[in-house]
Design a protein around this ligand. Structure first.
Ligand code: IPE
Ligand code: IPE
Ligand code: MG
Length: 253
């Protein structure tokens, strides 16, 4: 027995893989997933929540520090009102069903996006989730809801302009740190990898500033099909990337 590894010992999840500190996900393809199965688009969104629940768990198990998910964009208002209100209700349902589990799993939740465009009860709910998980020290789950990166940058620019106009800031004091601190994502590290499901290869107004040096991984699966194996495949791809940040990188002679 001694020295013999037990046959059922599992390697640490992610052993041998580089684990990104911050993962961003554009959860795309719920509608197509549903359509392929003859279901309504909204059923795709319901399934998408299950994938999100799974991914939160995988991020915890694999040691990811921050997970930012794109769940409703400022452009998604152009969808049929029924679909929009369904997605809004899904956020409420997710909070109702998952808050206790998130607290138990030491997950800290942060919601980023334009709150002025949300109704008061939803804003209260969001504040409450952030509040109840604020002391948690495990995974930070950032939900981008009613989020648009251009609007985020505009609002940061306005904030800094007001500071300058009030004489509290000199124009030359505006640098990358100050602008970054005026974004919704203040205090979060930039994403190391951004995953987009469903085959589209675009950012659709997600984390434009923050993605300056992110690795992009595009996968063909629709979001509801994205599972642990899909996540591990992304980690494998990410582990192979040579991140150079403008330098000459690890593979240079
Ligand atoms: C992503 O899936 C979820 C949201 C944008 C809210 P989609 O609803 O965009 O699904 P497709 O892209 O139409 O298949
Ligand atoms: C991006 O997906 C927004 C979310 C995943 C929430 P979309 O489906 O809205 O993006 P486009 O319209 O295909 O670019
Ligand atoms: Mg889409």
């Amino acid at each position: 027995m001694a020295g013999e590894p037990a046959a059922n010992v599992r390697a640490e999840p992610g052993a041998g893989l580089k684990i990104p500190r911050h993962v961003g996900v554009i959860m795309d393809g719920n509608g197509r997933w549903a359509k392929m199965r003859g279901k309504r688009r909204t059923e795709g969104h319901v399934e998408g929540v299950k994938s999100l629940r799974g991914l939160v768990e995988h991020c915890i198990n694999y040691g990811v520090g921050y997970l930012t998910v794109f769940s409703f964009s400022s452009e998604n208002w152009s969808r049929p009102p029924d679909e929009v209100s369904f997605i809004f209700n899904l956020l409420r349902r997710f909070v109702a069903s998952d808050l206790q589990r998130l607290i138990r799993n030491n997950v800290k939740v942060r919601i980023i996006g334009d709150r002025a465009g949300l109704d008061r009860s939803l804003v209260r709910l969001i504040d409450d989730v952030e509040d109840k998980t604020s002391a948690n020290t495990g995974l930070t789950l950032v939900v981008a809801f009613n989020y648009g990166s251009k609007a985020e940058i505009v609002s940061a620019a306005r904030h800094l302009a007001r500071e300058v106009a009030a004489g509290r800031l000199a124009p030359d004091d505006i640098d990358e740190t100050r602008l970054g601190d005026a974004l919704y994502t203040a205090g979060l590290p930039d994403p190391d990898v951004i995953i987009r499901t469903s085959g589209e290869q675009r950012l659709s107004n997600f984390l434009l500033w923050q993605a300056a040096y992110a690795e992009f991984v595009f996968v063909d699966e629709h979001w509801p099909d994205f599972d642990e194996d899909s996540f591990v495949r992304v980690l494998e791809v990410y582990s192979q990337r040579d991140r150079r940040f403008g330098g000459i990188g690890a593979t240079a002679i």
